[in-house]
Design a protein around this ligand. Structure first.
Ligand SMILES: Cc1cc2nc3c(=O)[nH]c(=O)nc-3n(C[C@H](O)[C@H](O)[C@H](O)COP(=O)(O)OP(=O)(O)OC[C@H]3O[C@@H](n4cnc5c(N)ncnc54)[C@H](O)[C@@H]3O)c2cc1C
Length: 472
C-alpha cells in the first residue's frame, strides 16, 4: 500500500447550483414527456395492428391464436426494447430518474415482458400445430428445423427465460454479482437472436413501410444508445484519460482510499455524490466493474474512491499497485446538488455511505450553520474519512454530529445510548431545522429506510429527501 496521498486542499464550493422548487417542476415535465413517448410506442404498435384489420381477426380459434401471437409479439418486443434502454445507463435517463429508480423500473418490467413473449411463443406454436395436424413437440421440432430464423428466435426465448429466472430474488441471492452480470449479458444475445424472424416471418413488418420505418428506427435508437453509452463512449474517454492508480491509502480498519490520476480529468464531468463503475485493468479484474462513489469533490488533480472491504473484489484493493491502469464508466446517479431546493441541508451517512456525503459536504455552497452532518459509526476506529469530514465542517462552519456505538433497539438507526428518546425526537434535537432542509442519506438499505421513517415523522416532505441505495 502506498501512503503518499496527494495533499488534500478543499475544492471551492460549487456556487452555480440553483435553489427553489421550480427545477422540480421542470424535472417532472421532462419525466412526463419521456414516459408519454414510451407509452406512445406501445399504443402505436397496437394501433397499427388494429388498423391492419387485427380487430376483425378474432372470429375462430385459428384467428384468435394468430392475432394473439401477433399482438403479443408487437407489444412484447416494444417493451423489451424499452427494458433494454432502461439498463443501458444512458445519461439522459439517469439524470431524470437516477440510476436506482431506472434499475427498479427495469426489474419491474422483466416478468411482464416474459409473460407476453411466452404468450406469443405458445399462441404461435399451438396455431401452427393445429394447422399442420402435429403434436406440440413435433411442431416445435418442425419450426426449429424447417422454418427460416425460427431456431434463433427459440434460442432467444430460452435465453430470455434464463435471464429472468436468474433475476428472481431467491435465485439471485445464490449467485455472485459477477455470475449474475454475465448471465445478464445474454439478454443482448436473446434480443439479437429474435430480430431475424420478426422481419422475415412477422406479418406486421415485412412489406409495410410505416411499420418497417418504426421498427428499424426503434431498434437503431436503442442499439446506438447501448453501443455508445455502454461501450464506445467509455472506451474512447478512457483511452484519452489514461487513468492510473496514483496512491492507495488506509482510512480505517477496513477501508482504503484509491487515488487516480490522468490527463484532463475535467472531461469526466462528474459531480459530488455521483458514482462510477470502476474496472481495474489487470488480468483478474478487467471484466468485473464495481460501482463506487467519488469521495472528494471533482477537481483536476485526482479522482478518489473510498472503499470498504466487503468481499472478493474489495478485499484485493489494498494490494493494488501504483501505476495500475483503471477504466471508469459514468458518472451516474442523481444524489447530487442538482436535486437541492433549500438553503439548509442535512447530510446523514453510515458505513460506506460516508464517501458521497464527504464529497457533497466539500462541494455544497452554504452559509455557516446551514449544513448539518450526521455520521453514524460503529466505533471511531471504523469511521473512514472522519478527520476530513471534521476538517470540512470546521472550515465551512457546518455542524457535525458523530454518533458512535452499537445499535440499541432493532428498529432504531441510532446507537443504543441515544435510544432514551424516539429517533425522530433525537433528529430534531440534532437539527431543529430538519423539516425545512434538504436531506441526503447514504448507508445500508434497512438503515436508510429507518432514517427516512424518522424524517417523515418530523414532517420533512418526500421531495426534500434524497437517498441513493447501494443496490444492484
Ligand atoms: C451506486 C453505488 C455506489 C457505491 N459506492 C460505494 C463506495 O463509495 N464505497 C464502498 O465501499 N462501496 C460502495 N458501494 C458498494 C460496493 O459497490 C460493493 O461493496 C462492492 O461492489 C462489493 O464488491 P465485492 O466483490 O468486494 O463484494 P461481494 O461479496 O461480491 O459483494 C458484497 C455485496 O456488495 C454488493 N455488490 C457486489 N458487487 C456489486 C456491483 N458490481 N454492483 C453493485 N453492488 C455490488 C452486493 O450487494 C453484494 O452482496 C456502492 C454501491 C453502489 C450500488
Amino acid at each position: 500500500m502506498s501512503q503518499t496521498a496527494p495533499q488534500l486542499t478543499l475544492t471551492p464550493p460549487n456556487t452555480r447550483v440553483r435553489l427553489g422548487a421550480k427545477k422540480l417542476l421542470q424535472l417532472k415535465r421532462s419525466q412526463d414527456i419521456i414516459e408519454t413517448f414510451a407509452w406512445a410506442t406501445v399504443v402505436f404498435v397496437a394501433a397499427m395492428f388494429f388498423l391492419d384489420g387485427g380487430l376483425a381477426k378474432f372470429g375462430n380459434l385459428n384467428d384468435i391464436l394468430q392475432s394473439t401471437s401477433r399482438l403479443t409479439a408487437l407489444i412484447g418486443t416494444d417493451l423489451l426494447l424499452i427494458h433494454t434502454l432502461l439498463v443501458a445507463r444512458v445519461p439522459w435517463l439517469d439524470k431524470l430518474y437516477g440510476h436506482d429508480k431506472v434499475t427498479i423500473a427495469h426489474k419491474k418490467l422483466g416478468k411482464p415482458i416474459l409473460y407476453v413473449i411466452a404468450a406469443h411463443f405458445l399462441a404461435s406454436l399451438v396455431q401452427f400445430a393445429i394447422a399442420d395436424g402435429k403434436s406440440l413437440v413435433a411442431e416445435m421440432v418442425n419450426l426449429f428445423v424447417n422454418v427460416p430464423d425460427m431456431w434463433s428466435a427459440t434460442v432467444g426465448f430460452v435465453l430470455m427465460l434464463v435471464v429472468v429466472v436468474s433475476s428472481i430474488n431467491a435465485a439471485r441471492k445464490k449467485l455472485s454479482y459477477e455470475v449474475w452480470y454475465v448471465i445478464h449479458l445474454l439478454a443482448y444475445i436473446s434480443i439479437l437472436a429474435a430480430v431475424p424472424h420478426q422481419f422475415s416471418t412477422g406479418s406486421d413488418i415485412a412489406g409495410k413501410p410505416l411499420q418497417t420505418l418504426f421498427w428499424v428506427s426503434l431498434y437503431l435508437f436503442v442499439a446506438l444508445n447501448v453501443v455508445w453509452y455502454r461501450a464506445l463512449g467509455p472506451l474512447l474517454l478512457n483511452l484519452g484519460l489514461g487513468l492510473r492508480v496514483s496512491a492507495v491509502v488506509r482510512e480505517s480498519s477496513d477501508t482504503i482510499s484509491i487515488y487516480l490520476s490522468g490527463r484532463g480529468l475535467e472531461r469526466l464531468g462528474g459531480q459530488a455524490g455521483q458514482f462510477y463503475m470502476l474496472r481495474i485493468m489487470n488480468k483478474e479484474n478487467w471484466d468485473k466493474p464495481h460501482p463506487f462513489s467519488i469521495s472528494a469533490a471533482p477537481n483536476n488533480r485526482f479522482i478518489r474512491f473510498t472503499i470498504g472491504d466487503r468481499g472478493d473484489f474489495t478485499s484485493q484493493l489494498p494490494d493494488l499497485k501504483v501505476g495500475t491502469r483503471v477504466f471508469l464508466e459514468g458518472p451516474y446517479g442523481v444524489f447530487t446538488e442538482e436535486r437541492r431546493t433549500k438553503e439548509k441541508v442535512t447530510l446523514i451517512c453510515a458505513g460506506v455511505g460516508a464517501p458521497p456525503i464527504r464529497a457533497l459536504a466539500e462541494s455544497m455552497a452554504a452559509r455557516p450553520g446551514d449544513i448539518t452532518i450526521i455520521y453514524r459509526v460503529r466505533s471511531y476506529e471504523d469511521a473512514a474519512l472522519l478527520s476530513e469530514i471534521e476538517q470540512v465542517a470546521r472550515h465551512r462552519g457546518f455542524r457535525l454530529h458523530v454518533l458512535s456505538g452499537k445499535r440499541g433497539s432493532a428498529n432504531s438507526w441510532l446507537p443504543g445510548h441515544l435510544n432514551d428518546v424516539p429517533d425522530h425526537a433525537r433528529l430534531i434535537e440534532m437539527n431543529p431545522h430538519i423539516s425545512e432542509s434538504d436531506v441526503y442519506i447514504c448507508g445500508p438499505g434497512p438503515w436508510t429506510h429507518a432514517v427516512e421513517k424518522s424524517l417523515k415523522r418530523v414532517g420533512t416532505p418526500a421531495t426534500q429527501i434524497h437517498a441513493e441505495e447501494f443496490a444492484w
